[in-house]
Design a protein. Sequence first.
Length: 146
Amino acid sequence: MKITVREVTRADLDACVTLAMATFTKEPWNDVYESREQAFTFYENHLKNNYFLGYVAFVDNQLAALSIGMRKPWIQGMEYYIDEFCVDYNLQGKGIGSVFIDEIIKDLKKKNLNAIILNTDKNYPSKDFYIKNGFTVHEDLIILTR
């Protein structure tokens, strides 16, 4: 299985929306989209952000994974904040996500970004995936919304 990774371009937008909707509408996420346009606008707005940074992974020339986020300023330099990360639902558990994360980390080092941060639900399998790939849970942090 050949996995190639590169930065997201505007030309990838439609395929990214298709992948995200096909993945996140299934268990355990069960996301509900009002329309494809709603999802498209979400990803398009990310692309318009001047701090945008995103990656796509292809397996045998088929889109298999995406990471949508941004460069985030921090006291110790810039970090990569992942807002959306997904691997094609039918390809999960095959090591694609781990290879994808490794390739992203290599590129982030070249760009002098010094950390990756993200949020995920503590009851989703994604938590175990991230821990397996070297992420740590910060027990002292909480997420607040209003």
